[in-house]
Design a protein around this ligand. Structure first.
Ligand code: DP6
Length: 418
């Protein structure tokens, strides 16, 4: 083997948002959950992780860079993913470059990994889900791992539970499994992203000063102290998962919205039932729920579903473009930008929805009329600055390999960040 070569692969992987939440582990190190969960994958054009992985006999140790900064790979979760992948690595040959890696070589060869999120990590938008899914997907391609995507999801799961659901597009179910070794705790695709392509998603990135409890330690405390979690895992989620699968299959938005909101609310109730209680939603989150509930009720049938993860950001799923445009009008009325930011940087992602809402080029958000369902003045309040920005997006596809060299994050000669 020549000592000079560097072999690389680059992948792009989406993030996902759960509509039936994963909260609580029955095995901490294998990351096995106490219940099934279901998620929708978000369009990677707006929220994704890109990861380049490289192997070379010239590398002296495994190294990783996240958003340009070197981070440690010594944590158990990284080590578990790397060990599982090396175990499954196969022979790789690149005749053009004159490279041949035998199966046994993977134990000795070192890896370089560079990862980049196209959204702020600090915004609390499930960056670990896309991150671990992308690391596992890209390394599996580099190492010629023959396993299918569900088997890969069981490896990504050992990096971060929610990561296993980012191996697929559309709607995805993480089956909790029964085996002690976690072999049957895998993600499967329920339907692809084209099945229900009316749906539109608006994410309100809510300003927050406080540092939230991490999901990992939050769910550990819930498992140790909440009786409500046991009831949820045993009695509620099994039935709700079946109903959710039916709602998705039949594109039944009324049921989908009812189940999604109920499950988000129960997840946050379980957090409150933890000792000491965990508060992820804040006043702004509650105001967004009230606004959506009021509008849904006035329409007589749900137009929008809301769901919140381990932080105050709202993920709002609208039944179609028209509902999303009407939602955005309402959100911008109650949550206008601070005077120093313009609409162009306040509403990002798929901005075409601004045009539908008749808001394109609007200079003065203050001029928006209150939504018709608001009867009393007290309910027409405005909270400028409560929301940092909105991201407009849609359900999206699963991981892909990127073939263009210029999108790689590592230099093809040195294997170091560009
Ligand atoms: C509230 O997957 O971040 O987003 O497995 O400990 O890494 P670890 O936790 P993580 O938890 C996600 C919790 C959630 C709900 C969900 O995505 O299902």
């Amino acid at each position: 083997m020549g000592e000079k070569w560097v072999l690389m692969k680059t992948a792009q992987t989406p993030t996902n948002i759960a509509v039936i939440k994963y909260w609580g582990k029955r095995d901490e190190s294998l990351i096995l959950p106490v219940n099934d969960s279901i998620s929708v994958t978000l369009d990677p054009s707006h929220l994704c992780t890109t990861t380049t992985v490289a192997v070379s006999p010239a590398f002296h140790q495994d190294r990783m860079w996240l958003n340009g900064k070197e981070i440690s790979l010594s944590g158990g979760r990284y080590q578990n993913c790397l060990r599982e992948l090396r175990r499954r690595a196969c022979e790789v040959e690149d005749k053009e470059k004159g490279i041949k890696i035998e199966k046994k070589d993977w134990e000795k060869l070192h890896l370089h990994i560079a990862s980049y999120n196209n959204f702020p990590t600090a915004a609390g938008l499930a960056s670990s889900a896309a991150g671990f899914a992308c690391l596992v997907f890209a390394l599996a391609k580099l190492m010629n791992v023959k396993e299918d995507d569900s088997q890969l999801s069981a490896i990504a799961r050992q990096g971060s539970g929610s990561a296993c659901r980012s191996l697929f597009g559309g709607f995805v179910k993480w089956i909790m499994g029964k085996e002690e070794d976690g072999s049957d705790s895998v993600a499967v695709q329920l339907v692809d992203e084209k099945h229900w392509d009316d749906l539109f998603i608006v994410i309100a990135v809510v300003s927050s000063r406080q540092k939230e409890t991490s999901s990992t330690s939050g769910m550990r405390e819930t498992v140790q102290t909440s009786l409500l979690l046991q009831h949820r895992a045993k009695e509620v989620v099994p039935k709700r998962t079946l109903q959710m699968e039916e709602a998705i299959k039949h594109r039944d938005f009324a049921s989908f919205a009812q189940l999604t909101c109920a499950d988000s609310n129960q997840f946050h109730a379980v957090c409150l039932d933890t000792s000491p209680p965990i508060f992820y939603m804040n006043d702004t989150s509650h105001k967004i729920i009230s606004c959506v509930e009021k509008w849904n009720r006035s329409e007589g049938s749900p137009q929008v579903a809301y769901t919140f993860d381990a932080g105050p950001n709202a993920v709002l799923i609208a039944r179609n473009r028209k509902a999303a445009a009407q939602l955005l009008q309402r959100l911008l009325f109650h949550f206008p930008p601070n005077s120093d930011s313009d609409l162009d940087s306040y509403v990002i992602g798929d901005k075409s929805i601004l045009k539908d809402a008749g808001l394109e080029g609007l200079k003065d958000v203050e001029a928006l009329c209150p939504p018709p369902e608001i009867k009393e003045n007290a309910a027409a309040q405005k909270y400028p600055g409560d929301v940092s920005y909105f991201i407009c997006t849609r359900p999206g596809r699963g991981p892909v390999l990127l073939s263009q060299q210029d999108l790689a994050l590592l230099d093809p000669e040195t294997g170091l960040p560009k």
